[in-house]
Design a protein around this ligand. Structure first.
Ligand code: ATP
Length: 293
């Protein structure tokens, strides 16, 4: 299902949570939705899932407005950081309700994941730990087999072992039943190898939408003698630099940056990580997203 966001703004009081954003997402890819706290990620995800209406602009999922549109929302599963499950229900009842909502629901997946995440289906959701609640949200998301799966920091409370299990099953499910996955996270280093495309937001605006490959190809981090780094960086865009004991490290951004060229200048060089890029590109002093387009 194609997702089109056309000049969308969402305003709360005098706050523009999403600010005139336009983007098109093709189906069956894994998107990383990144940005600092308050960048507008959750708001955008709620708009995409049809849980809220834009203040202006238009969201189209396969050409239709998702808001209050069962025809579309049956194919979209949004998993939140705070799932707010009805407290008097048991896990198995919550799963039953979800199975009725999603036409492609897989009990095989749900049952297998209950075992994977060690969740007892007869437990009431009332006493669940934060990690158990996250596991239940993830199970619903994956078992829904919804064509669009939106995951808004879905791992809160999960320990590292459980998070890595989640990434593993996410990828397995995606390979077996391709779908569109939009994942927002602050643990970028942990998951960035899953992303096929990266969408970066800042202050409600789109900074860029690029394939992970293109993004990683466009930046290197070099280090070495200060003079050598300065010489190599000349005329190139410097995203970040630091000096420690006469040794300089700089993260550069632009076309045609190669590790080989930097090595020939006697510099240590490596591709920058998506996490580094997200941090540097959202620094306040860098103005406007278009510079990275
Ligand atoms: N219901 C609301 N009422 C008022 N302001 C809101 C509401 N929802 C979001 N905002 C504001 O809109 C901005 C964007 O919030 P949003 O939750 O979408 O950001 P985010 O990128 O998901 O942040 P985080 O990474 O911290 O979860 C923030 O300034 C937030 O305070």
């Amino acid at each position: 299902m194609k997702i089109e966001v056309k000049n969308v703004s969402k305003i709360y009081g005098n706050k523009k949570a999403v600010d005139n954003m336009s983007i098109t997402l093709e189906e069956n890819k894994i998107y990383g939705l990144l940005g600092r706290n308050g960048a507008g990620k959750t708001t955008l995800m709620q708009l995409l899932a049809g849980h809220a209406l834009p203040s202006s602009g238009e969201i189209l999922i396969n050409g239709q407005n998702p808001f209050n549109n069962r025809n579309i929302t049956k194919d979209i599963c949004l998993v939140n950081e705070s799932n707010n499950f009805i407290k008097r229900l048991k896990i198995k009842d919550i799963l039953k309700v979800a199975s009725l909502f999603y036409p492609n629901w897989s009990w095989n997946t749900a049952n297998a994941l209950l075992t994977t995440f060690n969740l007892n289906p007869t437990l009431k959701t009332k006493g669940l730990s934060k990690g158990m609640e996250s596991s239940l949200g993830i199970i619903i998301g994956l078992a829904s087999r919804a064509k669009i799966m939106i995951l808004d920091e879905p791992y809160i409370g999960l320990d590292a072992a459980a998070r890595f299990k989640f990434y593993e099953v996410l990828l397995e499910e995606y390979e077996e039943f391709p779908r569109t996955i939009i994942l927002s996270t602050h643990l970028i280093d942990e998951v960035s190898n899953l992303f096929e495309e990266v969408v970066l937001m800042r202050s409600g605006e789109l900074v860029f939408h690029k394939s992970s490959e293109e993004l990683l190809d466009s930046s290197i981090t070099v280090s070495g003698k200060k003079e050598a780094v300065d010489q190599f960086a000349q005329g190139k865009r410097v995203l970040h630099e630091s000096v420690l004991a006469g040794r300089k490290t700089a993260t550069l951004y632009g076309e045609g940056l190669t590790v080989e060229a930097a090595t020939q200048h006697n510099l240590d060089a490596e591709r920058s990580s998506i996490q580094q890029l997200m941090v540097y590109m959202t620094e306040e002093e860098l103005q406007g997203g278009k510079q990275y387009a």
